[in-house]
Design a protein around this ligand. Structure first.
Ligand code: AMP
Length: 294
């Protein structure tokens, strides 16, 4: 497995690969089965598989968990590299913040519609940090295909729009959320949960599934979401949002009985912020040329 540390090293490696099909999975490390699934599913679709591990400072708010993010521990990064070797990753791109953001850098990439609802107002600057870093990573690696998890559904739809708007020559594709046996979406942040909160955490997915079923029965999304929000609050979650929006623009649905929908939630348990979602009628994304693997 080749180690790449700068955009220049990534470019040199990339040009040596000639016309080989390049697949790319960007991550912030502290890898778990969700990340492994993206790599496993992309491996047979490409000739060279690239993983990046970069805890991107520009997507964290001032009171978020950047400095305690698990990847900063050397043993976590070592385990990540071991897993990457086992999954037959060809090259791992590990830039430093200094390489990614030299002091004179003054350019941002910003998507201005899909990034507005849900996490947008709660994490000012977050999606601008994500679109900027992913643009830079895609420019360094120049892959044919990049896989992103639908666990971060809003992020996926923002990046898919960005690639389209900027005419990037990469296929941005989404992969189904990998869950623990009790339904909790796998996340590098689950390790912050106390034992009691870990037991409670799967209620988010259960609430989302109940909303899905009610919407499929023809109930009004707004009132179903209200009910689910109250039920989670009563169980001790600090619910930041639980909403049903139409895909791919993440606008309130004009047509909840027919359109592809995202039912998404963010809630805090103690100081840990969890997000999860379910997608209704994902088959309606294919005609829009939006590729998801479920
Ligand atoms: P992160 O390291 O959290 O930035 O995640 C890197 C990539 O892995 C993103 O595209 C995430 O959406 C994806 N990912 C994280 N958790 C999961 C999961 N449980 N299932 C599927 N993909 C995931």
């Amino acid at each position: 497995m080749i180690d790449l540390k700068t955009p220049q090293e990534a470019h040199n490696w990339r040009f040596k690969q000639g016309s080989a099909k390049i697949g790319f999975v960007p991550t912030m490390g502290a890898l778990h089965e969700g990340h492994a699934e993206l790599l496993r599913r992309l491996r047979p679709r490409c000739e060279k598989l690239v993983l990046s591990i970069f805890v991107n400072p520009t997507q964290f708010g001032p009171n978020e968990d950047f400095s305690r993010y698990p990847t900063h521990q050397p043993q976590v990064l070592e385990a990540d590299l071991q897993l990457a070797r086992e999954l037959k990753v060809d090259a791992v791109y590990l830039p430093t913040p200094g390489v990614m953001y030299p002091p004179e850098a003054s350019t941002w990439v910003e998507e201005t519609r899909v990034s507005q609802p849900l996490c947008g107002p709660l994490r000012p600057g977050h999606f601008r940090g994500v679109t900027t870093v992913v643009s830079k990573l895609l420019n360094a690696v120049q892959p044919h295909i990049a896989y992103f998890g639908l666990k971060d559904a809003q992020q996926f739809f923002v990046l898919e729009r960005m690639a389209r708007d900027l005419d990037l020559s990469v296929s941005i594709e989404g992969v189904a959320t990998v869950r623990e046996p009790d339904g909790l979406a796998m996340s590098s942040r689950n390790r912050y949960l106390s034992e009691m909160d870990r037991e409670k955490a799967p209620q988010i997915f259960r609430a989302l599934t109940e909303v899905e079923q009610a919407v499929l029965r023809g109930e009004q999304p707004a009132s179903v979401c209200d009910r689910a929000r109250h039920a989670l609050s009563a169980s001790g979650f600090e619910v930041q949002y639980l909403e049903c929006l139409e895909l791919p623009n993440l606008l309130p649905s004009q047509n909840p009985s027919d359109a592809p929908l995202l039912i998404a939630a963010a809630a805090k348990l103690g100081s840990t912020r969890l997000i999860d979602n379910v997608i209704l009628r994902p088959e309606k994304l294919a005609p829009l040329n939006i590729r998801v693997h479920l």
